[in-house]
Design a protein around this ligand. Sequence first.
Ligand code: ZN
Ligand code: ZN
Length: 347
Amino acid sequence: MLAAYLCGPKDMRLKETAIPDINGNEMLMKVKSAAICGTDIRMYSNGYNGVSEDTPLILGHELAGVIDKVGANIKAYKPGMRVAVAPNMGCGVCDMCVGGNTQLCPDYRALGINLDGGFAEYVRIPEDACRQGNVIELADNVSFDEAALNEPLSCVYNGFLKCDIKPGDNVLIIGTGPIGIMHAKLAKMAGAAKVMLNDLSAERLEVCRKIDHSFILLSSDNLKGQVMNLTGGKGLDVCITACPSPQAQSDSLEMMAINGRVNFFGGLPAGREIVPINTNLVHYRQLILTGSARSSLSQFRKTLGFISSGVLTVKDLVSERFTIENIAEGIQRASRAQGIKNIIHFD
Ligand SMILES: [Zn+2]
Ligand SMILES: [Zn+2]
C-alpha cells in the first residue's frame, strides 16, 4: 500500500509498504478520506517526539473509511461497513477512562499521533479502539469527507459545551480557521443572537462570509470598540480563542460582559504560554475561564449525529481534495492556511 511517513521535521516520504497485519482482536480499515489538520502541520513542521527516519509515523487522525478485515474475536463489526474512527484511545481502567474520557487517559494513544494514522491506503485499528467503541458505522447520507471532519467538529463541540451558549447570547470567535468556523456554526445552532468572527486576515474573513451571511466579520482594528458597539456596551457573553495567540487570550477578557464565559480553545506555542491577564476582570465580572482539548467518544457520536440529521453541515468546509500521491501539495496548502479543510482521498 502507499503511505505517507513522517521521518523528521519537514521530511515526509511516500513509500510503498506492506498492508498491516491484524490479530484476532483488531480490524483493518481501507481509508477513504483523511483530513489534514493544524496538528499534522505542526508535527510536520517541527517534527514530533520519537519520530525519525528509523521510527517513522503515518500521520492523519481525522479519518473515515470501509472496514476491510475483522479479527476473529470481534462481533460488532463486519467487512464492508462504512465507518468513522475516533482516533483517541485509553487504557480502559483508569478513572478518566471509566468516566468516559479515554481521550484524557494518562496512557492515551491516538491514530496519527503516536500510532500509524490515515494518510495511507489502509490503517490497522488496534484492539483498544475496537473494544472502546471508537469505530462508528456511518448513516448512508454521511460522506467519508464529512465523517473525517467530524473529528475536529467533536473537539470543537467539547469546547462549545464549556461555554454554555444560551439563545440570545453574543458570541465572538477569534481565529477563523476550520476550528473557528465550526465554533461559529455551533454558536449559531445554539441560538446565539450575534455570532462575531475576528481574524487578522481579511482573506479568511471573506471565506467566512461565503459560509454564512449572518456571521458578523470583525477586523482587528479596535476590536473591543466594535464589540462594545455591537452589544450595546454590554460586551460578550461568550468568547472563544481559536488561534495560537497569547494576545488574543488576554484581550478576550477585556471584552466580556458580566457572567461571561471564555474558552481558550487554541493552545499556545511552547515558550509563549505564560500570559498576563487582568484577574480583576475575572473577579468583578464573575467570568468563567475554560479550556478544552480533544473530545470524548460520546461527543464524537453526538456530533456525527448533528451531521447525519442535517442540523449542522460540514460539507462546505471542504476546500480541496488530494490523492495520497499529491499529499505534499495538500500539506503545503494547509501550511499556508489556504482553503478551510484540505482532504486526502482514496476514491
Ligand atoms: Zn485534528
Ligand atoms: Zn485510562
